[in-house]
Design a protein around this ligand. Structure first.
Ligand SMILES: O=C(O)c1cc(C(=O)O)oc(=O)c1
Length: 304
């Protein structure tokens, strides 16, 4: 099938630089996606955007170029609940990738077991309205209760303004809960203001909640962008991510978010994006927890 990209779509950065920051041995890119390719793995009819193709070979070439050892491939919304592209990436990774799926309540136990065998270790619940249609909370809770015995967790993606309304649902989840991109803080607001304090309280009060301190390129308002050799990009996001890393060093993850769906104004150089990491995790110990120990505990617990 032929797909037309969403008008204005930005493709991933073709020749990323090599990071200056040397990733610790065994580092995990704990948030990235594959898109199609659409001819092999068609995009979902209910999708809200049509991306460029970004397949597993390109993802794993980037992994090697940047110096990561492993990936966590998160189901992208453009594939809906059809997990075939993500699963194909996992089973062709030599055991170096695990995944997060999107499932409906109609999924069978057998299908869940097959996903587990392929390397899936979580499901994603998405509350960002521009990306997905609404799924009733009773359906999501039913799914969470079914995946809990598999040892999986729930990844949640939401906007900061929606946290108060979603709070009770989130704290009822029976598994570890991993927040995408710090719950999308508005970084023009103070890092110690009421909105981000609520997110910090959410993590403090609920020891099963983890956060990805990812996507500065998405959250940043004043940059500077990770382009043209800029090694200290997205300075406005640093205080937010650093605060979370220092307060909850054992419950944070980092990922590239490659191929960066839906960016509007620029596409980052992924090598320069990796150079963001030491600004938010300034010590070797914090870096090891963020990039190795934490993702290994969540995604490869049998090796820890
Ligand atoms: O903010 C986004 O547009 C976005 C989209 C997706 C997805 O479509 O799955 O995933 C992300 O992590 C971020």
């Amino acid at each position: 099938m032929e797909f037309q990209k969403t008008p204005g779509w930005l493709d991933w950065y073709a020749r990323p630089s090599r990071p200056r920051f040397q990733l610790p041995a065994g580092a995990v890119d704990a948030h990235c996606h594959v898109f199609g390719p659409g001819a092999e793995f068609p995009y979902a009819p209910e999708r809200k955007y049509t991306p460029c193709d970004a397949g597993k070979a390109q993802l794993y070439a980037l992994r090697d170029h940047l110096g990561f050892a492993r990936n966590v491939v998160v189901q992208a919304t453009c594939h809906g609940a059809d997990n075939r592209a993500m699963v194909d990436a996992l089973v062709n990774s030599d055991g170096r990738a695990r995944g997060v799926a999107t499932v409906r309540r109609t999924i069978t136990d057998r299908e869940l077991q097959d996903l587990h065998a392929a390397g899936v270790r979580g499901v994603r619940f998405n509350f960002v309205k521009r990306l997905v249609d609404f799924t009733p909370k009773d359906e999501l809770l039913e799914i969470a209760n079914r995946i809990a015995p598999l040892g999986w967790h729930v990844v949640i993606y939401f906007e900061a303004v929606d946290l108060p309304e979603l709070w009770d649902f989130f704290i009822a989840l029976p598994t570890a809960v991993v927040v995408d991109h710090m719950g999308r803080p508005d970084v023009t607001k103070p890092v110690d203001g009421p909105e981000f304090e609520l997110f910090v309280k959410f993590m403090r009060d609920n020891p099963n909640v983890w956060s990805k301190v990812s996507c500065p390129e998405r959250l940043s308002v004043t940059g500077p962008q990770a382009l043209d050799g800029e090694r200290a990009a997205y300075r406005d996001v640093v205080p937010f991510a650093k605060r979370i890393v220092e307060a909850f060093p054992d419950r944070v993850l980092w990922g590239t978010d490659w191929p960066h769906p839906n960016l509007k104004d620029h596409m980052p150089d992924d090598g320069l994006l990796v150079d963001f990491i030491p600004h938010v995790a300034p010590t070797a110990e914090l870096q090891r927890k963020l990039l190795v120990d934490n993702p290994m505990r969540l995604y490869w617990p049998e090796e820890v």
